[in-house]
Design a protein around this ligand. Structure first.
Ligand SMILES: [Zn+2]
Length: 243
C-alpha cells in the first residue's frame, strides 16, 4: 500500500503530464497538493514516470489508466463500427459473386487492401486521431475498360472511405504506407511533397520507424530525448555493423 508521499508524487506526476491547461481538472491537482503542503522532489518533478518510486509508479499507472478510459471506450466503439462495415462489404461481395463473377477479383483485392491500424502514426507531421484508428486501402472506384471506354463498376471504396472519415478514422493509401516491424505504427514510404524524406530505415527486411531507432542509424532527429548515458556506445556499434 502506497504511503501518502508516494500518492502525492503520483498525482503530481500525473498532473504534470496530463493536464489540459490551467482550467483543467488535472491542473487543479497542483493547487490541492500545494494546500496539503506538498513540495515535489526531483523524481516527481522530472516528468519521467520511470523515476517514481515503485509505489508511486503503481498509483500513477492507475491514474493514467482511468484517465484514458473514455478514449478506450471511444476506440472500441469506432472499431466495432469500422469492422462491421468491412464485414458488410465482405458479405456483399459474396452475394455479388453468385450473380456476377467476372469482376470478383477486383472486389476481393479491394477488400484485402483495406486494413485498420491501431497503433497510430510514426510519421513526422502526423498526429494520431482521437479514436486511435487509421485505415489504409485503395480508395479509388473500381473501374474497368471495355472497348477503350472506362466505366465504373463500383464506388464502394470511396463510400467506405467517407464512412471511415465520418467515424474520425483517417484514410491513407495502402501503397504509400507500411507498419513499423517493431511498434506497428504507420510510416509513409512515398513522398507527398517536395520536402518529404523517409523517416524510417530498413534493415534485414524490417522497417524501423524513427521512434524505434534502427541501431546503426545516427540521423539528425535529436529532439527525441536520448536515453540514459549507457547508450553512448551506439556510434561504435554502428561502425562495427558497417564494417
Ligand atoms: Zn516503430
Amino acid at each position: 500500500m502506497a504511503d501518502r508521499f508516494a500518492i502525492f508524487d503520483a498525482y503530481y506526476m500525473f498532473a504534470s503530464l496530463y493536464h489540459g491547461g490551467q482550467g483543467s481538472k488535472e491542473y487543479a491537482i497542483f493547487g490541492r497538493l500545494d494546500r496539503l503542503g506538498y513540495k515535489p522532489g526531483l523524481g516527481a518533478s522530472s516528468q519521467r514516470p520511470e523515476r517514481l518510486s515503485e509505489d508511486a509508479r503503481e498509483v500513477f499507472d492507475r491514474l493514467v489508466y482511468a484517465h484514458e478510459a473514455p478514449a478506450r471506450a471511444k476506440t472500441a466503439k469506432v472499431k466495432a463500427k469500422a469492422e462491421r462495415y468491412l464485414r458488410l462489404i465482405g458479405s456483399f461481395i459474396e452475394r455479388a459473386s453468385e450473380s456476377n463473377s467476372g469482376y470478383q477479383w477486383q472486389f476481393r483485392s479491394m477488400l484485402q487492401d483495406m486494413q485498420l491500424h491501431y497503433n497510430g502514426y510514426a510519421e513526422p507531421g502526423y498526429t494520431d486521431p482521437e479514436c486511435g484508428i487509421v485505415a489504409t486501402g485503395n480508395w479509388n472506384d473500381i473501374t474497368n475498360y471495355v472497348d477503350g471506354t472506362r466505366f465504373t463498376l463500383s464506388d464502394i471504396p470511396s463510400r467506405i472511405g467517407n464512412l471511415f472519415e465520418k467515424l474520425g478514422i483517417p484514410i491513407e493509401w495502402s501503397d504509400e504506407w507500411v507498419s513499423c516491424s517493431h511498434c506497428g505504427k504507420l510510416v509513409r514510404t512515398e513522398p507527398d511533397s517536395m520536402s518529404w524524406h523517409p523517416s524510417y530505415t530498413m534493415g534485414e527486411g524490417e522497417i524501423w520507424c524513427h521512434e524505434c531507432d534502427e541501431p546503426d542509424d545516427d540521423s539528425d532527429e535529436s529532439d527525441n530525448e536520448s536515453e540514459e548515458s549507457d547508450d553512448e556506445s551506439d556510434e561504435t556499434e554502428g561502425q562495427e555493423l558497417d564494417a
